[in-house]
Design a protein around this ligand. Structure first.
Ligand SMILES: [Zn+2]
Length: 334
């Protein structure tokens, strides 16, 4: 029988190896759904700019009349061409991968249990969760609505008043359709993967342990090392930053906690060690160290990380080093 893995090895299994497999599935799904549409839509801005200057002489010039109508009709045609089939293709692609994603997450959970105990664990019959199927089914309509909004913005009536800025707004709306595809796929694929893990946890009467990304945001760091309640859910609205906490947020079935969250959940059978040095403890300590260090994600305001460090100082059980670092971050000395 193989020796059970150490908490550090288990963290690496989930945060590195399995997270990379999940990321690969997300990426191939996104590429297949997007099929170049995002890039083509982004490129339209430069093309429209050239056309505008050619038609009206300068970006600050007010466009009007038949020239404006013709230019906008051309842009709308380009948007149509670039985004052709994007809605249906995205939905089809995403729906087509849900079973695989669920199975991948379940497989990861079974591997985790085996590595943690040295014993084989069986896989239950799996199903695609309802919220996952629902998210995928709604993608086509959401994309089409976004593209309809872009088409409405790119009409002479809308652009006559705002000039070139109106074209920028219309094209930005079209680009949001591609972003919506990316974000929905990211959320849905990771929800399906984590639901697969939850079905394995259920089957083995285990709770879920939240394993945050190594460079997670202040929200996800608050979940790191946390076990689900007896109902298998996590409290909603947690954050290391007091400003982004909410007491009214709905409970979570598990990760993702938000759009673009790539946290993972693993089964944690009752009776497993949660004392100092265990995996949950290790994950919590990692999260505290990350908050103390104050290095946020590019999307996070510095102030959020400072507030999180300040709030961390109230936490019991901090090492002297983490406490010193958190105090420095809170005071803006890092
Ligand atoms: Zn997360």
């Amino acid at each position: 029988m193989p020796r059970p893995a150490t908490p550090q090895q288990l963290a690496e299994l989930v945060q590195d190896q399995q997270a990379a497999e999940a990321a690969r599935l997300e990426e191939t799904t996104t590429q297949q759904a997007d099929d170049g549409a995002g890039g083509k839509l982004a490129a339209l801005l430069a093309i429209a700019l050239t056309a505008w200057v050619a038609a009206f002489g300068a970006l600050t010039a007010i466009g009007a009349g038949a020239k404006l109508a013709g230019l906008l009709a051309g842009i709308r045609r380009d948007v149509d061409k670039a985004s052709r089939d994007l809605g249906p293709r995205s939905r089809r692609t995403l729906e087509g991968v849900l079973q695989e994603a669920t199975l991948l997450g379940a497989g990861h959970a079974v591997t985790f249990l085996k590595r943690a105990t040295g014993r084989d664990h069986d896989l239950p019959d799996l199903h695609v969760a309802r919220d996952v199927a629902h998210a995928a089914a709604g993608l086509e309509a959401a994309v089409l609505e976004q593209l309809r909004l872009a088409a409405r913005l790119l009409t002479p009536r809308q652009v006559a008043a705002s000039g070139w800025r109106g074209v920028i707004l219309g094209l930005a709306a079209a680009r949001r359709a591609a972003r919506l595809v990316r974000e929905t796929i990211a959320w849905t694929v990771h929800r399906a993967i984590n639901d697969g893990a939850a079905q394995v946890a259920d089957h083995h009467s285990a709770r879920l342990l939240w394993v945050a990304e190594a460079d997670a945001c202040v929200i996800c760091l608050a979940y790191a090392g946390r076990l689900s309640g007896r109902d298998g859910r996590f409290p909603g609205g947690l954050s290391m930053d007091p400003h982004s906490r909410s007491t009214r947020a709905a409970a979570l079935d598990g990760p993702p906690a938000h759009v673009n969250c790539r946290c993972r959940a693993v089964p944690w059978p009752s009776g497993w060690d949660v004392s100092p040095g265990s995996l949950p403890d290790l994950l919590r300590e990692d999260a505290w160290r990350s908050v103390a260090a104050g290095r946020g994600r590019p999307s996070e305001p510095v102030a959020a990380r400072r507030r999180a460090a300040q709030a961390l100082l109230a936490q019991r059980g901090l090492s002297a080093r983490v406490r010193r670092q958190a105090a420095a971050t809170a005071a803006g000395r890092t």
